[in-house]
Design a protein around this ligand. Structure first.
Ligand code: ZN
Length: 267
């Protein structure tokens, strides 16, 4: 059976802050409607390398996307390319680096910010290039794409948590409150997404440290959450790797693929 999937990547969200601050998602966990896993991000614990890791299943030292300044298309099959080539509808409301990895590089805001082109890997895109672009607006962009184009796969990728971490650090009220804000935005949409048959994953690329940065191997930089919601997930304990998220999504979408995946995560 083929499912529709929404993948939410909350940029820069540390595991413990997700665990402690996201009351709505924790409420779903208490009622056995969601499960939280802890996973360790690949290295370096940086954004662009880990977008590529999450979306292709290839770790940075193998993908060649080893820092944030490498501006080129991905050289690997991604959830987007596999889905598009197998007749699925793809969409993303995401930072412009995602457009650069899977659609066109370099990003040209006038051309690419609003993308509608069925020949591209991300057929319907609302991309942004401001780290402070409001998460509230980004979730609205994503919901507009979802309601208008009915995508099989939708990536939602807000940036404010990471932005607050770079301005105030991991141990700050601003960083934690930004995570609380994302939890509230999610609460506006999740019920309807699930009711319409989506399987939903909420994760992060990397965590944050108290030097207002990330990139290394500190637990607070590497430990990230994975919340899963939907009836195709097993909701039982298992060991999940960041490189296996791509394969899990491909499996949910019933795509032919050769990506590694966490079998225990699915029914
Ligand atoms: Zn960052």
């Amino acid at each position: 059976m083929s499912n529709k999937v929404i993948l939410v990547v909350l940029d820069g969200l540390n595991y413990q802050v997700a665990h402690d601050c996201m009351g709505y998602l924790n409420g779903l966990i208490e009622q056995h409607r969601a499960t939280l896993y802890q996973l360790q991000c690949e290295l370096p614990s940086m954004s662009r390398p880990l977008y590529e890791c999450i979306l292709t299943g290839v770790r940075p030292v193998d993908s060649g996307i080893v820092n944030n300044n490498i501006v080129r298309l991905s050289r690997h099959e991604s959830i987007f390319s596999l889905a598009k080539s197998q007749g699925k509808v793809t969409a993303a409301a995401a930072y412009h680096w995602v457009s650069e990895l899977y659609n066109r590089a370099p990003y040209d805001a006038v051309r690419d910010r609003m993308t509608h082109d069925e020949t591209l890997n991300i057929q319907h895109g609302a991309f942004y290039h401001w780290d402070h672009y409001p998460d509230e607006a980004l979730f609205l962009d994503a919901e507009y794409l979802r309601r208008t184009y009915d995508p099989d796969f939708l990536l939602i990728h807000p940036m404010n948590i990471d932005d607050m971490g770079h301005k105030h650090g991991l141990d700050s009220r601003q960083y934690r409150n930004s995570a609380r804000g994302a939890d509230i935005y999610l609460s506006n949409y999740l019920d309807q997404w699930l009711a319409e048959g989506y399987q939903v994953l909420v994760t992060s690329d990397h965590g944050m440290n108290n030097d207002l940065s990330h990139g290394g191997i500190l637990p607070e930089e590497r430990d990230v959450p994975l919340f899963v919601m939907g009836d195709q997930f097993s909701h039982v304990g298992c060991d999940v790797k960041q490189t296996e998220l791509c394969g899990v999504v491909c499996q949910l979408l019933s795509l032919e693929h050769s990506k590694p995946m966490t079998k225990g995560l699915l029914c």
